[in-house]
Design a protein around this ligand. Structure first.
Ligand code: TTP
Ligand code: MG
Ligand code: MG
Length: 398
């Protein structure tokens, strides 16, 4: 029997032309960037997430010595891991000590955000040279609208993958589908180095068997609640009683769930240069010492957060990610960021998040500059109308 949502799709299909939307996501991004620098680690289990004390040292014999996960002590988490480490059960966000039990021989490397940002810019420029309609979704992923190209879509996608590899030496996975929601799911289906094309007809056989949490917008909390109702897969969501969903999730989210589970999504690829982040920074009159000059630094830091909150409020944004930037006296830069459970424009919340970021940096050199940045911005009015955005469920992409 045709559900109202299938009928709705068929009507959409008849009245609008079919789009071809690609989602491109870099493979094991931070880890792959590190392997460009340390090619001898290729094929090994490697975990990213250490601190500067885990920087490889060159011994007297000229050999590089790497930190091993087994020697890790601390409360850090894995930022990402190579596919070899994933085969041992080590994934992003896992506690490092737990990971060490699963993969004691894995190599541990420190994070180097500057390099990742550099390669991020390179791969996006490479894609833009072929297909300019790009929506930036973060450091390692983008949507690309390919609708206006007449080329065979696989040939086109392969050309984009080749351009990314030529520009960066890195591989990516591309999913192509009639909309962003399906494209995002699809780019993961054949990772790494995947190229997956699906049409509306593939929704039932390829998408419905997947876990509900594979839908971007069904976060861990919603997935847990669905599971409690006996709803495990995307197909289960599609088959669920709409009244049951509405009772448990409210009207807006349950209607979105129904449409999403049927592979429906009309969101356009947003290529405009909508504000991506807002930041405030200050260069000190003289280089300051984190501990000795604490009395000077703390009010400056708080003031930056207050000003940043004011900027957000004036421009009508709330931010989910708060980051800090330090430039040391030797001009080296350190950055850290933190994603909050709820978007905010509140000075105290920003100050607290920025403070947490600061605690994650070893402050052993004098500072020239301090900056605070708000990103993952949403318009405050959109958040007010759609609480799931607030909870980071709808746009929890990375
Ligand atoms: P992802 O694209 O989620 O992961 P990935 O690129 O490492 O691996 P995959 O091949 O499955 O796409 O994230 C991109 C980068 O973002 C990742 O390399 C490290 C960082 N990251 C975090 O800092 N914390 C996290 O919890 C996750 C998932 C990623
Ligand atoms: Mg990735
Ligand atoms: Mg990603």
């Amino acid at each position: 029997m045709l559900s109202p949502y299938r009928i709705s799709y068929i009507i959409d299909f008849m009245v609008s032309h079919i789009r071809r939307i690609a989602h491109l996501d870099m493979d094991a991004f931070y880890a792959s960037v590190e392997l460009l620098r340390y090619p001898d680690l290729r094929g090994q289990a490697v975990v990213i997430g250490g601190g500067s004390r885990h920087t490889p040292e060159v011994g007297e014999d000229g050999q590089r010595r790497y930190a091993k996960l087994r020697d890790y002590v601390g409360r850090g988490v894995v930022t990402t891991s190579t596919y070899e480490a994933r085969a041992l059960g080590v994934f992003s966000a896992m506690g490092m000590m737990k990971a060490a039990k699963l993969a004691p021989d894995a190599v541990l490397l420190p994070t180097d955000f500057e390099s990742y940002r550099h390669y991020s810019r390179l791969f996006k420029a490479a894609v833009a040279s072929i297909a300019p309609l790009i929506e930036d979704r973060g450091i390692d992923e983008i949507y690309i609208d390919l609708t206006e190209f007449n080329d065979d879509v696989r040939v086109l996608a392969q050309r984009i993958k080749d351009a990314v590899r030529n520009a960066t030496g890195l591989s990516c996975s591309i999913g192509i589908a009639p909309n962003k929601l399906l494209a995002k799911i699809c780019s993961e289906l054949e990772k790494p180095n995947g190229l997956t094309v699906i049409t509306e007809a593939d929704v039932a056989p390829r998408i419905w068997p997947l876990r509900a949490s594979k839908v971007n917008g069904i976060g861990p909390k919603a997935a847990e609640k669905l599971a409690a109702l006996g709803i495990q897969t995307i197909g289960d969501v599609a088959a669920a009683d709409p009244a049951l969903l509405q009772d448990n999730f409210g009207r807006t989210y349950s209607e979105w769930l129904m449409r999403a589970s049927h592979g429906l999504d009309e969101r356009p690829v947003v290529t405009s240069s909508e504000t991506k982040s807002i930041s405030r920074e200050t260069t000190f009159e003289r280089d300051l010492h984190a501990k000795l000059d604490r009395g000077v630094l703390t009010p400056i830091f708080t003031d930056l957060c207050v000003r940043l909150a004011g900027d957000l409020q004036r421009k009508g944004y709330v931010a989910r990610t708060i980051g800090i930037k330090l430039r040391f006296a030797d001009f080296r830069i350190a950055t850290r960021d933190l994603t909050l459970p709820e978007a905010t424009d509140d000075a105290a919340a920003i100050r607290q998040a920025a403070g947490e970021c600061l605690r994650r940096i070893t402050l052993d050199r004098r500072l020239r500059l301090l900056g605070v940045r708000a990103s993952a911005l949403s318009r405050k009015e959109d958040v007010a109308n759609n609480p799931s955005v607030m909870q980071g469920e709808l746009f929890s992409e990375r």
